[in-house]
Ligand binder design. Sequence first.
Ligand code: GTQ
Length: 347
Amino acid sequence: MSELGRLEDLPLEYRQDLTANNLVALWPNLRAALPYAIPTRKTKPTLWRYADVRPRLLRAGELTPIEKAERRVLVLANPGLGLDNMQATPSIYLGLQLILPRETAPNHRHSPSAVRFVVEGEGGFTMVEGERLPMEPGDLILTPAGLWHEHGHTGAGPVIWLDALDLPMVYGLEASYCTEGAPQVQRNQPDGSQTRYRRAGLVPYRSLSTPREKYPLLRFPWREVRAALGDLAQVVNIGDLVQLAYVNPQTGEECMPILGFSAIMLRPGETVAPVKRSASCVFHVIEGEGDVEIDGTSLRFAQNDTIAAPTHAKIRIANSSSKSPAYLFQIDDAPMQRKLGFYEEFG
Ligand code: GTQ
């Protein structure tokens, strides 16, 4: 490998002249842009304990009325990426959102896509294009790019969910913006997408001849996902991943364009070592407790904690209970990397 010329090797007058003409010499910067073998990663393996976030989020509920917040969210920001940048990983925005009884987070739509993973509370709902979607703990709710959505809460006690958005990508492309709207009129089909697409392998007959909906299924109830994981666990060898992807039931492809979502079950006492991948990812603990090791950093996790891992990370996850399974919700940017042609697994 030849040594590349440094900036200091160039005459000062020449460097200043380049700058004045909005030009940059590539070779002093080439290795930073294209490092050998492994990308430069600023993302730190990071764990946000729910026990730390929850009281601060409830305090935000006291300090800031919903009218002054629009969305009452504490963002899980990776310290390696700069807190102000609001990135859990370079592609994943995460926030924990609080809504209190009778509050509404007003109707809007935006160019980034969002999903909600419900953490606690009963009686919350998200309305998407007039369809009212109940939010039970563990449910995954999609609010894709450009669709109207508002949140409400008709129950008692706080409702908290994890927001995951592809905001860093869309913002980085200078394409992130939002439109406000009047409250939606509810269609007489609450949770209609879930009713139509409840069973894998069965789609409404009419969908075969009508133009495909881009987002046919908007809610994935945890009850169904949990049961499906339990079934899958019966036929997967111990140590192999029991993992289900949330997909578009009409195409079988990932349900959202940039970020991917899946659920993992760790059987009692089980340790798994997922294949190393070019995607960055996040784990949110649905149930259970254990230990995760990311590039040599060990983190202990409990229920509702959230963990970020950089691209190209070596990851090991252990369920520390010998009696109960553990369940994780995984978010990654594999869909985008696949579409762009650079997704890799290093098996
Ligand atoms: O609930 O629509 O965490 O627009 C950030 C931006 C949540 C939302 C966030 C949003 C929302």
